[in-house]
Structure formats: C-alpha cells, structure tokens
Design a binder for this molecule. Structure first.
Ligand code: FES
Length: 257
C-alpha cells in the first residue's frame, strides 16, 4: 500500500454522472503491480466539508503509458470535487487496496457481469483474462443506453451483451434476464454492481453450479479495516469488505438460502 501524488493526464466526462480520470505518478515512478478488483482511496481537494477519502475501484492499468484509469461516479460533494480536477492537477491517492478477483489458470468460458459504474473493474479483469489468452464474455446492464460505459473498450476484449431497463440498448430488462444466460454455460462468473443485481447473478450461478465471485460495493470510510463500517456477514464471520474483500466467492456469503 502506498500514498502517492498522481498527475491527472486526462479527465473526460463520459455521461451525465461519470468521469473517466487517467492518472500517472507525479514523480514519474513506475506504477507497482495491481490486480483487478483492487481499489484506491482518493483525497478530496479544495473541500471544507469532505474529510474522508473516496474509494474508487481501479478501472484499468495501462503499463505502457504508466497510467491508472479511474471511473468516478458523481454521487456527492467528494466525488464531484474529484471529477472537477482538471488535467495536470494533482490527486493524492492511497493504493492499491483490498483483494482481487482470482485469475483462472486453465482455459474456460468466463462471464463478467457489470451493472452501471460497477462494470469499472470488469474492464481491468477482462484485460487480464485476455493477456492470459482467454476470450471473456461481458454482460453489461444499466437503466438506459447512457448508463452503459466504455462499450468500445469492452468490445476490444471480448463479446459484449447488454441489457437496459428501458430497452434503449441490447435486450430489455435486467442482466439476469438476458438470453445468453439460457443459451450458454459458463465455467466461472465474476460480477460487480448494485447489490440486488449481484445477488441475482449469485443465485443464477449457484443454481447452475457455476463458480462465482462478487466485488462488494459496501459503504466504506477508512478503507483499511479501522472503522468497521463496511462489514459483511460471511460464513467466516463478519468481515471487512475493504481488507478481506471487496472480492468474495459467493460460497462465503450468506446471500443464498
Ligand atoms: Fe473502514 Fe472498511 S472502510 S473498516
């Protein structure tokens, strides 16, 4: 875990509530090894009201450009201030935090399910799977077309299926209603997004005897196991999703009766 100043290389507003911020170490040092599922804590600059850092999952690491991508959803003053950071400004970041998705060693059929901004770590995971020679499928869901982010980046890594609640892109409905889940059999499923969506994906995986990992988006404050606000009930007792997670195998969770 490091605390480092990063220079914002670019900050692009992707839709009505999400910015893609690309950062590189301000001291020009090389980024350390990071894994999909891990997250960072960003210090909020220029705010008299926001004292806690904001947890943001790692969207991608581009080693060639020595760049980390962060997909930030504007949900309050802290994230809004972060999204207002222009190129060439500095962001102070604690990273990398938390555990990561398991990377399979053998070829198989892998499905990565992301809901809204929860799809962010799926891009990094898809890239890692691609680098291992696998060809993942992605299933992305949102309320409408404008909630499906980075579509061309996902399409460069594998086959992409979409669902939207209003039917404006892909099949109409929720991700767990998508016809690909009836037609295909997967060896492993990874998911991140709103909890009801992840619970539905976990139940689908469980009923199909498919392994599944979820990345929890529990409320976080400290990010390193001190405040206990991110507790998740598991088969191993109450665990911190910031240090024991955010990634859990569904067999460890108590979501499935
Ligand atoms: Fe403080 Fe997890 S966020 S213990």
């Amino acid at each position: 875990m490091k605390v480092l100043d990063f220079t914002v290389r670019s900050n692009e507003q992707l839709n009505y509530q999400n910015n893609l911020i690309k950062v590189t170490p301000a001291d020009n040092g090389t980024l350390p090894e990071m894994s999909p599922g891990q997250f960072v804590q960003i210090l909020v600059n220029n705010s008299d009201n926001v004292f806690l850092r904001r947890p943001i999952s790692i969207n991608l690491v581009d080693k060639e450009k020595n760049e980390m991508w962060l997909l930030v959803q504007r949900v309050g003053e802290g994230t809004r201030k972060i999204c207002e950071t222009p190129a060439r400004e500095t962001l102070n970041i604690i990273f990398p935090l938390g555990n990561s998705f398991s990377i399979p060693q053998e070829e198989g059929k892998f499905l990565l399910v992301g809901g809204g901004v929860g799809a962010a770590p799926m891009l990094f995971l898809g890239k890692k799977l691609r680098e291992k020679g696998f060809s993942p499928d992605f299933l992305l869901g949102g309320r409408s077309q404008r909630d499906i982010l980075q579509l061309s980046d996902f399409e460069a890594l594998g086959t992409v299926y979409c669902t939207t609640e209003d039917g404006s892109l892909g099949e109409k409905g929720f991700v767990t209603h998508h016809s690909v889940l009836q037609k295909s059999r997967y060896d492993f499923i990874y998911t991140c997004g709103p909890k009801p969506m992840m619970v539905a994906v976990a139940k689908y995986a469980h009923s199909n005897k498919t392994g599944c990992e979820v990345s929890l988006e529990n409320l976080m404050a400290c990010g390193f196991g001190a405040c206990l606000c991110c507790i998740e009930k598991t088969t191993r007792g109450n665990l911190c999703s910031c240090t024991d997670g955010p990634v859990f195998n569904i067999n460890e969770l108590t979501w499935i009766d």
